[in-house]
Design a protein around this ligand. Structure first.
Ligand SMILES: NC(=O)c1ccc[n+]([C@@H]2O[C@H](COP(=O)([O-])OP(=O)(O)OC[C@H]3O[C@@H](n4cnc5c(N)ncnc54)[C@H](O)[C@@H]3O)[C@@H](O)[C@H]2O)c1
Length: 251
């Protein structure tokens, strides 16, 4: 029996990086999946990779900041598979890594819109679908720096601290209705477009050297945690933010 056999899962931001790796991992563990992302070509590529390993997938091209896109995404899942069991709200952006007073206002709005409002809108429309089937599990994407004060990261950190708040409080709102809401909070992750945009290879080498395990996370490390939190094996885990960084940042 695979970890997610017969589960219907929705993954946002599945056109690249952690979202793509998660889509493949969820599929390998038996889930039928809906993958939602902004860039058609990228999300279609992920779908082809899933079909190549024999997986069942439906594609939704949309923006997590747009309520109509999110609604259409959830409807597509219900029309295709008849129910929704779990969702991984992974889509996000680094925004701008810069000192607080130099942040650009438009980038500020855009970052909070994607990282925070996008997660709220996703949950807002996923929760009624989960309830139709008696409950389910949601995993949101945070970051291990959501609880600390690292220079140059105020905007990103604020957006992810907001995700932590939505996760903890949403978990309490729906705990009595058999919905679990948790978050994964990676540190630096190898091999994603975001990582390459943020750090040179030299900086990544320094990040690896500073990690207690001597390495950064892989997208698959993050996928493993998201899958477990979505699975029935985590049935009494709720409202938690799980750091995935080899112990670098204590929570
Ligand atoms: N890479 C890291 O080191 C790291 C560490 C901690 C947390 N995270 C978080 O993990 C998530 C994924 O990061 P990644 O490194 O894979 O990034 P990435 O840039 O490689 O991939 C992000 C994916 O999200 C999609 N996306 C972005 N904005 C969207 C929107 N408005 N609507 C729909 N889709 C959208 C992109 O098209 C892409 O497919 C993000 O939320 C990020 O904040 C990343």
């Amino acid at each position: 029996m695979r970890l997610l056999s017969d589960k219907i899962a929705l993954i946002t931001g599945a056109g690249a990086g952690i979202g793509r790796a998660s889509a493949l991992s969820f599929s390998q563990e038996g889930a039928k999946i809906a993958i939602f992302s902004r860039t058609k070509q990228a999300v279609e590529e992920t779908a082809d990779m899933i079909r190549d390993i024999g997986g069942d997938v439906v594609v939704i091209v949309g923006d997590v900041t747009n309520a109509q896109d999110i609604k259409r995404g959830v409807s597509t899942v219900m029309d295709t598979y008849g129910r929704l069991d779990c969702a991984f709200n992974n889509a996000g952006t680094e925004g701008q890594f810069a000192s607080l007073a130099t942040l650009d206002e438009a980038v500020y709005d855009d970052t909070l819109s994607i990282n925070l409002k996008g997660v709220w809108l996703s949950m807002k429309h996923q929760i009624p679908a989960l309830l139709e089937n008696g409950g389910g599990a949601i995993v949101n994407m945070s970051s291990n720096i959501s609880t600390i004060g690292m220079p140059g990261t105020s905007l990103y950190t604020a957006s992810k601290a907001g995700v932590d708040g939505l996760t903890r409080c949403g978990a309490m709102d729906y705990a009595g209705q058999n919905i679990r809401i948790n978050a994964v909070a990676p540190g630096g992750v190898e091999n994603t477009a975001m990582t390459t945009r943020l750090w040179t290879e030299e900086q990544q080498q320094a990040n690896r050297a500073g990690s207690p395990t001597g390495r950064l996370s892989t997208p698959e490390d993050v996928a493993e945690a998201a899958m477990w939190l979505c699975s029935d094996r985590a049935k009494h885990i709720n409202g938690q933010i799980l750091n995935i960084d080899g112990g670098f940042v204590p929570r």
